[in-house]
Design a protein around this ligand. Structure first.
Ligand code: MG
Length: 414
């Protein structure tokens, strides 16, 4: 069977990095969706692709060989995650196909998917290893609800988590005219199966189909990295394409190379990336290097802007709180004598308002008339508050006012 291939990977419209990877290395085709903070996701998906990149078609047992390679990749991701602090907890999905004559062996872990397009119909070949899919199987959610569930990306299986990895496998007979689509959840979480089907129907050329699928996911929001590989099976001698091995480096490969690599360079699929023959080349703007180079100049994503905004708001709020507490502590040690409802009173605080808030409160009132006191020269500013050094000081001012009023009031001498 003759196979022609189209592939595309895109960072999407929200993410700051492309942590997806794909491998087109006939007879093996794969996609991987890495996860794990910092650069972990990049490294995990790349390591998996790199491991599969050295797949050799055995005389027999291609499916078993593929599963063995995926298990090998699992161990490599685990070991790398354990030995490098920055990479702890990283993992990756993997969905891979090995084409052997008129058969396709599919192996799968995670929530990337393989679809079969045959006779105008689309059939999902893999089951998502996600919490919501498990709930669907158990009848706790409908497929419809699962598609919008906020926790739909929580995986129940991934490479890099534990060594006894369970790999789903499936072998199917392929017919001329069949197409197999491999994709990461950046496609399927953005566009539904109907849209995927329509694009595959409208675009017989695998590369055009791959490009349009990525485009559709971006138009729908592009909330995740999007990676697709489309294989078209046709009648004919496969000798031509088999010789012209196609190996396309994933976006993360370039990134990882520039950050120190993920292993020995010779075994990287990127090493043979020049042999892009027999399939239409990915458009320049969708190639790995272009994207990686572009990334640092890209404007901050909305999520990043929001994070930055939250950080600054948080800082301002903290400063305001500190200012309020500081002012309060200061004000609590201040005293003055002032007017409270026409009476001379001792205040604790500062005789002022900030943003409409008084910075003082009445500590004790007296029976002395404030207006009478204000008529006397020394106490004219009573209404504005007469500062005291302490509470006893404030009380002695009150005593002084009392004495003055007594002395000044007509008839008080008696
Ligand atoms: Mg994803």
């Amino acid at each position: 069977m003759k196979i022609s291939v189209g592939a595309a990977s895109d960072i999407g419209r929200v993410r700051e990095r492309n942590e997806d990877a794909y491998l087109v290395h006939e007879p093996l085709f794969a996609v991987a969706d890495g996860m794990g903070g910092h650069r972990g996701g990049n490294v995990a998906s790349l390591l998996a692709m790199e491991t599969l990149g050295s797949f050799r078609m055995p005389e027999q047992g291609a499916a078993t060989a593929l599963v063995e390679d995926i298990k090998k990749a699992n161990l490599r991701v685990m070991e790398r995650g354990e030995s490098d602090r920055d990479l702890r907890g990283m993992g990756t999905t993997i969905t891979a196909v090995v084409a052997e004559d008129a058969k396709a062996h599919v192996a799968h872990v995670g929530d990337s998917r393989a679809y079969l397009f045959r006779d105008g119909n689309l059939l999902q070949l893999t089951e998502d290893h996600t919490l919501v899919q498990r709930m669907v199987r158990e009848g706790k959610l409908t497929q419809e609800e699962a598609g919008h569930h906020p926790q739909r990306s929580i995986l129940t299986r991934a490479l890099g988590v534990e060594d006894g990895l369970d790999v789903d496998e499936l072998t199917l007979d392929v017919h001329p005219g069949d197409r197999i689509l491999l994709c990461t959840d950046g496609l399927t979480s953005m566009v539904d199966d109907r849209t995927i089907l329509r694009i595959l129907q409208e675009e017989p050329d695998p590369q055009s189909a791959a490009d349009r699928l990525v485009e559709a996911a971006n138009e729908a929001g592009g909330e995740d990295n999007i990676t697709v590989v489309v294989m078209a099976f046709d009648e004919g001698d496969d000798g031509g394409t088999r010789d012209a091995t196609v190996a396309v480096a994933s976006a993360p490969l370039r990134a990882a190379e520039s950050t120190g690599g993920t292993g020995d360079g010779a075994s990287q699929p990127g090493a043979s990336a020049t042999a892009v023959v027999a399939t239409p080349r990915p458009r320049p703007e969708s190639t790995a290097t272009g994207r990686v180079d572009r990334e640092p100049q890209a404007p901050p994503s909305p999520r990043r802007r929001r994070r930055r905004w939250l950080l600054w708001t948080g800082l301002v709020v903290l400063l305001l709180i500190a200012a309020v507490i500081g002012t309060r502590l200061f004000a609590d040690r201040q005293w003055y004598v002032g007017d409270s409802d026409g009476r001379v009173a001792v205040y604790n605080g500062i005789p002022t308002k900030v943003l409409g808030f008084r910075l003082s409160h009445v500590f004790e009132t007296t029976d002395l008339s404030a207006s009478q006191a204000e008529r006397l020269q020394p106490w004219r500013s009573l209404g504005d508050g007469i500062n005291a050094k302490s509470l006893p000081d404030a009380r002695s001012i009150v005593a002084q006012i009392r004495a003055d009023l007594t002395g000044a009031s007509p008839g008080a001498s008696g």
